[in-house]
Design a protein around this ligand. Structure first.
Ligand code: NMX
Ligand code: MLT
Length: 413
């Protein structure tokens, strides 16, 4: 049976040809006009990137390599032997260098877990196979191979990094060892101290999958691709992803949702009426804040990642009071956002639901939540970094304009 790397080596020549043919046939075709508003408006909707692992439809949500989340849940895993050998490979690569452990152990517990995470991932570049190969003059055609090794190392080492941060910051004792006979989700759960709870392990399998990728334009994916395009190695590139994920409009929103829910509970009490919840939502908006977990730059319907988590909750924790509050909010927030009239999408995104599930199983430290999002996002970013190097993706360097230049260009048009 072929390893993942051998399989990639088989697939890459055909994909290079595929890109070549696509460019020959469609390379000079226009994708439509670019509006000046898009330059000022965060490039929303601008077709600007190639990202093969997943595509996001505004109405339907994400598809991973063409499959929706329910389809993935039905179909996977379909190759148990390959899954086992991949799990073993990751377990064998999981140890982190002593000096990275030292960096983490020296961080003050008041340093946000995401900053610690980014520091540790960036420091892994010390042993980058790509950086070393580049210094030794590796040929462009071979870039993908050391990139692959770095990406596998990166993914494999994240549970040890995340587990160490969690235990250091929240005083949860020493890290246990990775079990080479268990899968990635089990090991991650165990390193955090929740491996005995089989439902939590199952939750990690769902969580890791649904957070893994959300096409290429989101901040973490795009940051990783951008930095990788300078041939910065995968540790440096993914460090950039994490720094973007740590923003409250992106991955930090899962922390913000829980903080917001807890504040709501302390203000209006548990089992509050719909009227009281509605008033609290309005107060949030009137205070000039966003309702965390709602809205999206691309999605225009309820995020299927939210729905998948809701189904998990309905199955495993239907009576959880916080889950009930999340459900109550779902009936109230979209109406308020529509009435407020600004948000283009009033529906919940992935972050509106993840915290309540983690809290239910005892992982209550909300400042840690985005670290789990980061562990998951490594899978999507790493996969694209490998393909980018295999397909010879160039340095990213779009053109910028000053407002004065825009005014000059369009003066008489
Ligand atoms: N609460 C209040 N106002 C909102 C919300 C919201 N949930 N969503 C959008 N708006 C506002 C937005 O701030 C903007 O206001 P202004 O014109 O004053 O700048 C206006 O509505 C138009 O924004 P949109 O075009 O609908 O959204 P945009 O694409 O700019 O931003 C988000 C998308 C996700 C940043 C935005 O919906 C938001 O801030 N949501 C809350 C934070 C959140 O849940 N982020 C997590 C996203 C998922 N993830 O994991 O990354
Ligand atoms: C993501 O998972 O990256 C978020 O939903 C944000 C996005 O897609 O823009």
């Amino acid at each position: 049976q072929a390893t993942l790397k051998e399989r990639l080596a088989e697939l890459i020549p055909a994909e290079i040809q595929n890109v070549k043919e696509t460019r020959a046939e469609h390379g000079k075709k226009s994708f439509g006009p670019v509006l000046v508003d898009q330059l000022y408006g965060g490039m929303r909707g601008l077709p600007a990137l190639i990202w093969d692992g997943s595509v996001l439809d505004p109405e339907e949500g994400i598809r991973f390599r063409g499959k929706t989340i329910p389809e993935c849940q039905q179909l996977l895993p379909k190759a148990p032997e390959q899954v086992t050998s991949l799990s073993k490979d990751w377990a064998a690569r999981a140890a982190i260098p002593d000096f990275v452990e030292d960096i983490l152990d020296r961080c003050p517990p008041t340093l946000h877990p995401m900053s610690q995470f980014s520091l540790a991932v960036t420091a892994l570049n010390h042993d980058s196979a790509f950086a070393k190969a580049y210094q030794q003059g590796v040929s462009k055609k071979e870039y993908w191979q050391p990139t692959f090794e770095d990406c596998m190392d990166l993914i494999a080492k994240l549970p040890n990094i995340a587990g160490r941060i969690y235990r250091n910051v929240y005083g949860r004792g020493k890290l246990p060892a990775i079990d080479a006979n268990k899968d990635y989700a089990y090991n991650l759960a165990t390193l955090l101290g929740f491996g005995e709870k089989s439902e939590f392990v199952e939750l990690m399998r769902l969580y890791l999958t649904i957070h893994s990728d959300h096409e290429g334009g989101n901040v973490s994916a795009h940051a990783g691709k951008l930095v990788g395009s300078a041939l910065s190695d995968p540790f440096l590139a993914f460090g950039a992803s994490l720094n973007g994920l740590a923003g409250p409009l992106h991955g930090l929103a899962n922390q913000e949702v829980l903080i917001w829910l807890r504040k709501m509970q302390s203000k209006i009490g548990q089992n509050a009426s719909d009227e009281a919840v509605k008033e609290y939502v309005w107060a949030t908006l009137k205070g000039g804040q966003v309702v965390p977990g709602y809205g999206h730059a691309v999605l225009r319907k309820t995020d299927p990642r939210y729905s998948a988590q809701r189904e998990f909750a309905l199955k495993h924790l239907p009576e959880d009071p916080l889950f009930k509050l999340v459900g109550q909010i779902y009936k109230i927030v979209p109406g308020v956002l529509l009435e407020a009239g600004k948000a283009k999408n009033p529906w919940p995104n992935v972050d509106a639901h993840s915290g309540v599930l983690l809290t239910h199983y005892g992982l209550e430290e909300m400042q840690f939540y985005t670290v789990l999002f980061g562990v998951s996002r490594a899978f999507g970013v790493a996969a694209q970094l490998i393909w980018d190097r295999a397909l010879g993706a160039p340095l990213e360097r779009p053109k910028s304009y000053s407002t004065a230049a825009i005014q000059k260009i369009f003066k008489d048009k």
